[in-house]
Design a protein around this ligand. Structure first.
Ligand code: ADP
Ligand code: MG
Length: 259
């Protein structure tokens, strides 16, 4: 089972869109896919028309009373999406209080990893949509995954935050004695704007090794798909955005196969 985290502490850079689009494309290849919403805002959960304010069970409930070791319980938390072979482990807004409730308790950083281990024969690929704050949820994501994907908006300010964020991620990895491969993915690229073009050029200079060589363009079809609650490839299999994400998936899989 492959597990990737999609992370960036900045909001609005395309994390949730990347999780959904890549997940859809993995299922298109015949993979069984699980998407995990670790963001207390619950945008991934809402994407599929599940309400993070009213769901009875969510990721939150795995953190108490050893329920992350109970496969039947974990499965009872999962929700369907618009694709038969893709499920979502939803968030509820209660996730925002988790930090305060479990901080300092032993083993809380490994809850997600242990839950996913229970599902190893049910899914081929898991994508983790991570929260913007450094806390127990992000620590769980980094402990559970084998690879990091960092979507970054091609805009000067977004790039300035990148350095700090990579530093933070490395700090967490060090505390876990791990080192994960990561790929920075330029998103929301608009070749008609000078800001996009110059930022992409700066990114190429500064992050040569870890930067994906292509970029995800602005594509309103991705926004339309989120409105409909469907996977972008289901709405239009060959829109500019979907095509770019297909290339990204191919390249990430190649890197993974080579590792
Ligand atoms: P994050 O999860 O990092 O906060 P989202 O994936 O929710 O970011 O994206 C923020 C907004 O931008 C959403 O409305 C989404 O539909 C839109 N969006 C994301 N990527 C693209 C893209 N490549 N083209 C057009 N709109 C996009
Ligand atoms: Mg999001």
């Amino acid at each position: 089972m492959r597990i990737w985290s999609i992370a960036n502490q900045k909001g609005g850079v395309g994390k949730t869109t990347s999780v959904v689009t890549l997940g859809g494309l993995l299922a298109e290849q015949g993979k069984r896919v699980l998407l995990v919403d670790l963001d207390p805002h619950g945008s991934l959960t809402s994407y599929f028309k599940h309400d993070p304010d009213s769901l009875e069970r969510s990721l939150y409930h795995l953190f108490f009373e050893q329920r992350h070791k109970d496969k039947a319980f974990i499965q009872s938390v999962l929700k369907p999406t618009s694709h038969q072979h893709i499920h979502v482990l939803p968030a509820t807004t209660s996730l925002a209080t988790l930090e305060r409730q479990v901080s300092g308790q032993d083993g809380m950083g490994l809850v997600l990893a242990r839950s996913l281990a229970q599902l190893w024969d049910e899914y081929d690929h898991v994508l983790l949509d991570t929260p913007p704050i450094l806390g127990v949820l992000l620590v769980n994501a980094l402990a559970a995954c084998q690879r990091l994907v960092i979507p970054t908006q091609t805009e000067h300010l977004a790039m300035k935050g990148l350095e700090r964020m990579i530093h933070t991620l490395k700090m967490v990895m060090r505390s876990q004695n791990r080192s994960l491969p990561y790929t920075i993915v330029p998103t929301l690229f608009d070749r008609r704007t000078l800001a996009s073009v110059t930022t992409l050029r700066e990114m190429r200079k500064e992050y040569r090794e870890s930067l994906w060589e292509e970029s995800i363009p602005v594509d309103t079809r991705l926004r339309d798909a989120s409105h409909e609650g469907v996977f972008p490839h289901q709405l239009e299999a060959d829109s500019r955005g979907v095509r770019a994400y297909r290339h990204l998936l191919r390249d990430l899989e190649r890197q993974e196969d080579a590792a």
